[in-house]
Design a protein around this ligand. Sequence first.
Ligand SMILES: *[C@@H]1O[C@H](CO)[C@@H](O)[C@H](O)[C@H]1NC(C)=O
Ligand SMILES: *[C@@H]1O[C@H](CO)[C@@H](O)[C@H](O)[C@H]1NC(C)=O
Ligand SMILES: *[C@@H]1O[C@H](CO)[C@@H](O)[C@H](O)[C@H]1NC(C)=O
Length: 233
Amino acid sequence: MNWEQFLTPIPISLGVLGSLMMSATQTNDFTINDHKPVGGFQYMRDPTSFRQSLMQIGHESYKAFLVAHGNMNKVRLSTLTVPSYMNEATRILATGNFTVIQSRLHRPLRVVTTAIRDSLNWSLKVAIQFEYLSNLTDEVHLAAVSSKSAKEGTKLSVVEQQSHKKLTSDSVQQHLNQIEKQLKDDLKKSDRAHEDLLQAWLSKPTAFERLGMDIGQFFLNDVLGENYKFIQI
Ligand SMILES: *[C@@H]1O[C@H](CO)[C@@H](O)[C@H](O)[C@H]1NC(C)=O
Ligand SMILES: *[C@@H]1O[C@H](CO)[C@@H](O)[C@H](O)[C@H]1NC(C)=O
Ligand SMILES: *[C@@H]1O[C@H](CO)[C@@H](O)[C@H](O)[C@H]1NC(C)=O
């Protein structure tokens, strides 16, 4: 088993992520800060610990998956509502009544504009999260291959033997199942929140206006508040 296979470029599959977390908890630790880059390490929280660095990659990967799922779902739901607001705008224009157009057209258009702006923003956040993960992975990879302790090979081969044994045992499968279950639970929770919101949103398109609520803020604070707290640990 080669550590480098765990540090492949993203997207890291969930299976590899599981093995990674598993290995990280079961290996002897060693430092990888022998060769500090100019300006120091930018992403690793604890360069003195290879194990902590692996855990950090695991944590960031999980976060990236969650953000990707949540945000892409938000984009999907947000754009689902766009056609109904465009219809409303068309209906208003079709009245041909300038007073009506002037007083009402801005509302559906604002919702559509917000949906587009938010979607861009949500996609951007996913991209940044994956870029961050990629940068962190690169840094750990580089530090690990240039680390004296790793190069000596002694510790690494012990780690290899140990983790190989452990990784082929039943506990791996258990661990993977656990991670998968946790992820599924989290995703289900956020799906439900989105569906509920979508229902509320579709049935009362003007409720948000009356409450003077920014829809994006509503998403972030009220619907995703729980999840965001969870993933920002
Ligand atoms: C336009 O609509 C307003 C409000 O509904 C109405 O008072 C007005 O008479 C209408 N104007 C025309 C030209 O139809
Ligand atoms: C994107 O989101 C951030 C924070 O949530 C906000 O400050 C920013 O104005 C948003 N940008 C756009 C283009 O909506
Ligand atoms: C990732 O690294 C690149 C190149 O060093 C840098 O420009 C970019 O800002 C980094 N991105 C993040 C999210 O840290």
